[in-house]
Design a protein around this ligand. Structure first.
Ligand SMILES: [Zn+2]
Length: 153
């Protein structure tokens, strides 16, 4: 049997030691226990949790944590590029450990967010720059639909 928890912990540890630690070092911020707890909550959540979801998870291990602390940690983690965020209308901002360009789809009915496999964002930004006089600084694509469960109902 594959121990999924162990695998993800190992994966997280590798990223922490290399990528995340390096980003913290360069930014001048410290990887505090609270920021680490937020990263671990993100790792342990399937899908793309909101700040409130992350807060509830962190609170299980550290009952004294405040929602504001979680928001501050998320803001720093996003600022230094350790996590990404996406926002769909009528839904709280969702956070993601996957900072590579990728598409996520949100179910309009139950709110579940899932990564879309097999679709490349490709050179969308380069194409936009070719076709407009703008210099593109960021692109956010929001995809919505109905998940398989909600399609049946
Ligand atoms: Zn759904």
């Amino acid at each position: 049997m594959i121990d999924e928890g162990k695998f993800h912990t190992q994966e997280m540890t590798n990223r922490l030691e290399q990528d995340i630690r390096e980003k913290f070092r360069r930014s001048g911020y410290t990887l505090t226990s609270q920021r680490r707890a937020v990263l671990e909550a993100l790792r342990d959540t399937r899908g793309h949790p909101s700040a409130e979801d992350i807060y509830l998870l962190v609170k299980k291990k550290n009952p004294r944590v405040a929602l504001g602390t979680v928001y501050q940690a998320l803001s720093v983690l996003e600022e230094i590029g350790v996590i990404g965020s996406k926002h769909w209308a009528e839904s709280p901002t969702r956070y993601d450990l996957n900072t590579e360009p990728h598409l996520d789809i949100r179910c309009r009915r139950c709110g579940e967010v899932a990564e879309i496999p097999g679709v490349e964002l490709g050179n969308l930004e380069a194409q936009i720059q070719e076709n407009t006089p703008y210099s593109v600084s960021s692109t956010t694509l929001v995809v919505e639909g109905l998940c398989p469960t909600c399609q049946k109902e």
